[in-house]
Design a protein around this ligand. Structure first.
Ligand code: NAG
Ligand code: NAG
Ligand code: NAG
Ligand code: NAG
Ligand code: NAG
Ligand code: NAG
Ligand code: NAG
Length: 746
């Protein structure tokens, strides 16, 4: 069903992006709202009500009775209970119920009702990586953080395949005493690794959260999968598969099914995770278009979680490479973009004239001879050539197109990228010999076909290769800033591995039978998010007293900004990547454990921040979960929030901008830091005051200001640089993004 939806989509390169999400098994929902037009039909609404002051509502039963009192009388009796979908305790004051449009309107007029809205539907943003990130058995951060032992990672996703070997609990201790969650699988399925499992997509609250999709099994095993020897797909990408925090616990909250993730279920998942006592929440899903914080269930749920000290890590979205596409842009979450790794699963197209172009495929049959075959270019969909190597333009529905080429009698397929997709290539489980090559290669191949009298090509399979030249490079699909809901907060925050990631799957995609050892290679910011969730678990284990904001700061100020060759991190076109694609840069796990200084954000800082975004009192109150009157506090512009990156927004603010930041010393008690400024195109002067930060105590805080003065008429739309505080042992890099003009589109 989801295939059909994807293929009916109109333009070429939108299809590619939708297709990526379809690989993850879920197409974006068609509309924002579940639709509440037919007045007699029932839709799910989220209803927010004023918290009763009354102490009698302490128990869950009392709360349910109170919530039910808002439901219309016509739904009284046994029917009433079926109307109630979820009642919330932590994430917000309110409930979700099935209502007609008229009933919803009537509830909205009742006393004490703050908001009634039809729920939205969000979509999923769809192993070698631990080693690539510098994690090795017996040394460094894995050892220092005890492999994430004792930390509980919760995932809001499609559920899990509990019997997968990635969820073995060998060496994992029982959960900490604070754990209150439950497991709705039978008793043999949960263990010390998988300690919680619940579903919020089924009508029954005791349903087991089986993963029918694969996405949730993949993300869970990426974050905290156990060591599984000899993991591979088609014998490729072979080695020991392991998650980033292999001794951390997992708690799974199923909130997504094949056609999406409902708002009421997402809120219920957050509510349960907060109640249960998770430490980290990994959320690889989001709305198609960035939605405003008051009505965004992830921003709302994450705020409630952060209030309880839970770290929330989210995918940035798969709507790149256009700008202004990043989702999950609230400052209280970590927003993760996607990059490639140094591993490719290589297949080379060798043309009759000797030119060679490296590409990728996951299917590399041993018996396919690397012989030259006639080569032809398929001008349009369905126009295939039997007995030939078919060259296809555009990388949409990649495996499906290969199937059609094969059915038409084609010998092999060369998929060539659209220019926008650049060098991002996928290692897909094709059904025929194939190579997915870059747009640059595609242009050359087409030129050759046009000019050669009898063009030919061979496909050479080269298996799993390491030390790929341009890693990390941003993947084309990774969503980009600026952050439309809060331009003064740079998003994404960080990039991590998200292209061609091998992790656990629900059924073998090759000929093997054993689903316990099923693996698949898939891509998306859905894959980069759980990598960072695992990193957070390691840091939490190493520094149990750090706040979510402090951990985020440690990750961001120690991020790498250059690739393995020492060049700036590149984007999909192999140009130096924009800061709006990389955020602070690529995560460097071993540096993050010892950042020297941190930018911390108090929960109370978010109130002046939200007032500064010009939300009204009602909306600010809904987000923070208590009455706020913005007129009675001093609000701040978003860029003044004590964030570990700085955005200078000259679109809104004249020619001079002064930004204040406060840092805390988490390095040696006696430390002295000097500021090092990377010049920024279009900025005339950058004055840092003071120029030196001197600490004499652990935990000592100090503030500094930076005054940016722009040149009279800068040419650029945006620019980037950094202010780095350097001491004998530490280098604390604060990324600086500058907006000169409104940057609509690419
Ligand atoms: C992390 O940074 C350190 C110091 O800059 C560097 O030596 C190391 O190679 C980096 N690790 C990774 C995995 O990039
Ligand atoms: C428990 O779940 C496992 C894995 O899903 C299954 O194989 C087993 O049959 C179940 N046992 C019972 C008693 O239902
Ligand atoms: C992966 O498979 C190749 C080919 O079978 C083999 O040579 C190599 O040793 C394997 N690598 C690992 C890490 O198992
Ligand atoms: C990649 O290159 C580095 C240094 O050039 C080398 O130490 C490492 O062994 C290589 N890794 C692989 C898997 O070939
Ligand atoms: C409050 O939030 C809702 C939902 O995001 C939005 O529609 C409305 O415009 C907001 N009101 C104000 C004044 O910000
Ligand atoms: C901006 O800063 C420059 C240099 O510090 C100063 O000369 C100028 O008066 C300032 N302009 C405004 C509008 O504050
Ligand atoms: C620093 O602050 C943390 C958390 O507030 C506390 O646990 C730690 O003991 C403090 N360290 C020192 C040396 O004061």
């Amino acid at each position: 069903m989801e295939d059909r939806k994807c293929r009916s989509s109109p333009t070429t390169w939108t299809i590619v992006i939708l297709n990526l999400i379809c690989i993850l098994g879920v197409c974006p929902a068609d509309g924002a709202s579940a639709g509440a037009d037919a007045s007699s039909s029932l839709s799910t609404y989220v209803i927010e009500v004023r918290k009763p002051m009354d102490k009698h509502l302490a128990t869950i039963e009392d709360l349910d009775t109170f919530y039910q009192s808002f439901l219309p009388a016509t739904t009284a009796g046994s029917n009433q209970e079926q109307r109630m979908v979820h009642s919330y305790r932590h994430v917000l004051s309110g409930f979700a119920a099935k209502l007609t449009a008229e009933e919803a309107k009537a509830i909205g007029e009742k006393d004490g009702v703050l908001d009634v809205r039809p729920e939205t539907v969000l979509s999923l943003h769809t192993t070698h990586t631990s080693q690539y990130l510098g994690l090795r058995r017996g040394v460094g951060l894995w050892e220092d953080s005890n492999y994430g032992k004792g930390v509980i990672i919760g995932l809001l996703d499609t559920g899990i395949l509990p019997e997968h070997l990635s969820f073995s609990d060998e060496g994992v201790p029982p959960p900490p005493a604070k754990w209150k969650g439950r497991c709705n699988f039978n008793r043999t399925s949960c263990n010390n690794k998988l300690i919680g499992a619940r579903s919020f997509t089924d009508s029954s609250s005791s349903a087991a959260p089986y993963d029918d999709e694969g996405h949730g099994t993949h993300t869970a095993s990426t974050a905290a999968g156990a060591f599984v020897k000899d993991a591979s797909v088609f014998g490729l990408a072979n080695g020991t598969a392991v998650g980033i925090a292999p001794l951390a616990h997992l708690a799974v909250y199923k909130v997504c099914v094949l056609n999406g993730c409902s708002e009421s279920g997402i809120l219920a998942g957050f509510d349960a995770a907060i109640e249960d006592g998770v430490d980290v929440l990994s959320v690889s899903l989001g709305s198609k278009n960035p939605s405003q914080f008051p009505s965004d269930p992830i921003a709302r749920g994450a705020f409630a979680a952060t209030q309880k000290g839970i770290f929330v890590s989210c995918s940035a979205g798969n709507n790149g490479p256009s700008s202004n596409t990043v989702s999950n842009g609230a400052p209280w979450v970590l927003t993760v973009g996607a990059s490639n790794t140094d591993r490719t699963i290589k297949a080379t197209a060798r043309l009759g004239n000797g030119q060679e172009f490296d590409g990728e495929t996951l299917y590399q049959p041993r018996d396919f001879e690397p012989a030259q075959h006639p080569l032809a270019f398929s001008e349009q969909y369905g126009d295939y050539f039997p007995g030939k190597v078919n060259v296809l333009y555009g990388a949409d529905n990649r495996v499906e197109q290969g199937r059609e080429v094969k059915d038409a009698g084609g010998v092999a397929m060369i998929l060539t990228n659209d220019p926008l997709l650049g060098y991002t290539t996928f290692a897909d489980p094709h059904v025929l010999p194939a190579a997915h090559v870059s747009s640059v290669a595609g242009t050359e191949i087409k030129k050759y076909i046009k000019t050669a009298s009898a063009p030919t090509a061979a496909i050479l399979f080269k298996g799993t290769q390491f030390n790929g030249s341009f890693a990390p490079a941003v993947a084309y699909f990774s969503s980009r800033g600026p952050n439309s809901n809060s331009p003064g907060i740079l998003k994404p925050d960080i990039i991590g591995p998200g292209l061609n990631i091998l992790a656990g799957w629900i059924s073998p995609i090759d000929n093997s039978k054993d689903k316990k050892r099923a693996f698949n290679v898939i891509s998306g910011t859905s894959m980069s998010c759980p990598h960072l969730s695992g990193v957070v678990a390691l840091l939490k284990s190493a520094h149990p007293d750090w706040s979510p904001a402090a951990i985020k700061s440690a990750i961001m100020t120690t991020a790498a900004t250059s690739n393995a060759k020492g060049q700036p991190i590149m984007d999909e076109a192999h140009r130096p990547a924009s800061i709006f694609a990389t955020g602070a840069g690529h995560v460097n796990v071993s540096n993050a454990v010892d950042p020297g200084l941190i930018y911390d954000t108090e929960l109370t800082d978010y109130i002046p921040y939200l007032c500064g975004l010009n939300y009204n009192d009602k909306n600010v109150s809904l987000i923070v979960g208590k009455e706020v009157s913005c007129s009675s506090i001093e609000s701040i512009p978003d860029y003044q929030l004590n964030y570990p990156s700085i955005t200078v927004d000259f679109v809104r603010l004249g020619t001079n901008v002064s930004v204040k930041r406060t840092v805390r010393n988490v390095g040696p008690a006696n430390s002295r830091y000097k500021s090092v400024i990377e010049p920024i195109v279009g900025i005339g002067s950058i004055d840092v005051s003071p120029r030196e930060l001197v600490f004499t105590k652990a935990n000592e805080t100090t503030s500094y200001t930076v005054k940016f003065t722009r040149k009279a008429s800068p040419q650029a739309v945006t620019a980037q640089g950094a202010i780095t505080w350097v001491s004998a042992q530490h280098s604390v890099r604060t990324a600086v993004a500058v907006l000169f003009k409104e940057s609509g589109g690419l």
